[in-house]
Design a protein around this ligand. Structure first.
Ligand code: UDP
Length: 348
C-alpha cells in the first residue's frame, strides 16, 4: 500500500505468456494491476480468470502508439515492460514492428515511468548474448550478435532497449531494473509459438512428427515459469539498484535432443523425431551464470525439468482439448507414473 491505496503496477504485455503469470503474481501480492496489451501475440484467455478482479484492468493498445490516457492517469508505482513478441516465428513475421516495439515502445514506457516517478523493469533476454563465445553467460559479456540476420530485429531491439533504459537511469530519469531472461517454459505458452518446448509438447501429444532443428546437439537451459516470475518480482522489489542487468534463468543446461527425449518419455508419445535444418544464427550453447541473482536477490530456480515438463504437458493437454485422453491412475503422491498418452495412442 502507498498513501492508503494499493500500489499500482502497469504490466505491458500482460496478456502474454510471462506477462499474464506476472499479473497473477502481482495481484496475489496485493497490487492494483493495469495490463496493457495489443493482443497481437498476447491472448485474452490468459487473463480471462482475472476479469472480475476489482484490482485488475486491461487497456488494449500497442506500446508503439502514444500512451492511452487511462494508463497515463494511473500514475503507476512500477512499470514492467514485457511487451514484445518473443518467439522467432512471431517476431520475424513483422521485423520492423518488432524493432519499433523494443525501441519506441520502451521509450513510451520509460516516459510513463519518468512522469509517474515509477520504478521501471525491462524484460530483456539472453538473446542479447547472441551466439555466445563466453560460457556460461555472465552479465558483463557483451555478446556476439548479428546486426543484420533474421534474429536481429529482436536481439538488437532488446539491446537498444537496454541502452535506452540505462541512459534514463544515468540521467536520473527513471529507477531502472533490467532482467535478462533465458528460455522459459510452462503453462500458457502458445501451441503455435514455434518454440522448442511448445512445439515438441504439442507434437508429442498429437502423435505428430517431432521437428528437431539441426542435430539437436545445441544446448539451452530451460527455466520453469513460476521460478522466473519469482525472480522478476524480487528484482522489481529490490530497493538496492543492481549495477547493471541481471540474468534470470535456470543454469541446468541440456541438449535440445535430450529435451525431446524427456518429453517423449513423459508423454509416452509414439511420435518420430525428424530433423529439419538449423535456423540461421541459431545459438549453439546457452546457459546463464546466475551468481549475481543469487547474491543480490537470494534467488535461484527451484523446479526441476521433469516437474516443470509434467505441469506443462498437463496444461497443454487441457488447452488442446484432449480431455478425452484416458489418464492412468495417479500413485499415492498424486504423480502419474505411466504415460499421459494412452488414450490417444490407442486411438491411432
Ligand atoms: N528447435 C527445435 N525444434 C523446434 C523448435 C526449436 O529443435 O520445433 C530448436 C531451435 O533451433 C533452438 C532450440 O530448439 O536450437 C530452442 O529454440 P527456441 O525457439 O525455443 O528458443 P531460442 O532459439 O530463441 O533460444
Amino acid at each position: 500500500m502507498r498513501n492508503g491505496r494499493h500500489k499500482t503496477v502497469v504490466v505491458a504485455g500482460g496478456a502474454g505468456f510471462l506477462g499474464s503469470h506476472l499479473c497473477d503474481a502481482l495481484l496475489a501480492e496485493g497490487m492494483q494491476v493495469l495490463c496493457l496489451d495489443s493482443f497481437l501475440t498476447g491472448r485474452r484467455q490468459n487473463i480471462q480468470h482475472l476479469a472480475r478482479d476489482p484490482r485488475f484492468d486491461v487497456v488494449e493498445s500497442d506500446v508503439c502508439d502514444p500512451m492511452p490516457a487511462a494508463v497515463a492517469r494511473a500514475r503507476p508505482d512500477a512499470v514492467f515492460n514485457l511487451a514484445c513478441a518473443a518467439s522467432p516465428p512471431h517476431y520475424q513475421a513483422n521485423p520492423e514492428h518488432t524493432l519499433l516495439t523494443c525501441v519506441l515502445g520502451t521509450r513510451h514506457l520509460l516516459r510513463l515511468a519518468e512522469d509517474a516517478g515509477a520504478r521501471f523493469l525491462q524484460a530483456s533476454t539472453s538473446e542479447v548474448y547472441g551466439d555466445p563465445e563466453m560460457h556460461p553467460q555472465r552479465e558483463d559479456y557483451r555478446g556476439c550478435v548479428s546486426p543484420t540476420g533474421p534474429r536481429a530485429c529482436y536481439d538488437e531491439g532488446k539491446r537498444a532497449a537496454e541502452t535506452l533504459a540505462f541512459d534514463y537511469a544515468r540521467a536520473g530519469r527513471a529507477d531502472v531494473r533490467v532482467a535478462r531472461i533465458f528460455n522459459t517454459y510452462g503453462p500458457r505458452m502458445r501451441a503455435d509459438d514455434g518454440r522448442v518446448v511448445s512445439n515438441v509438447v504439442s507434437q508429442a501429444l498429437a502423435g505428430e512428427d517431432i521437428t528437431l532443428y539441426g542435430d539437436g546437439r545445441q544446448t539451452r537451459s530451460f527455466c520453469y515459469v513460476d521460478d522466473l516470475i519469482a525472480g522478476l518480482l524480487r528484482l522489481g522489489a529490490e530497493d538496492v539498484r543492481p549495477p547493471g542487468p541481471v540474468n534470470l534463468g535456470n543454469p541446468e543446461e541440456l541438449r535440445v535432443a535430450a529435451l525431446v527425449q524427456r518429453v517423449l518419455a513423459l508423454t509416452g508419445s509414439p511420435s518420430k523425431v525428424v530433423q529439419r535444418p538449423l535456423p540461421v544464427d541459431d545459438p549453439q550453447r546457452r546457459r546463464p551464470d546466475i551468481a549475481l541473482a543469487r547474491a543480490l536477490l537470494d534467488w535461484q530456480p527451484r523446479t526441476d525439468l521433469d516437474s516443470g515438463l509434467r505441469a506443462t504437458i498437463a496444461w497443454f493437454e487441457r488447452d488442446l482439448c484432449w480431455q478425452q485422453a484416458v489418464r492412468p491412475p495417479a500413485n499415492d503422491d498424486g504423480v502419474q507414473e505411466a504415460p499421459l498418452m494412452l488414450g490417444l495412442r490407442g486411438a491411432r
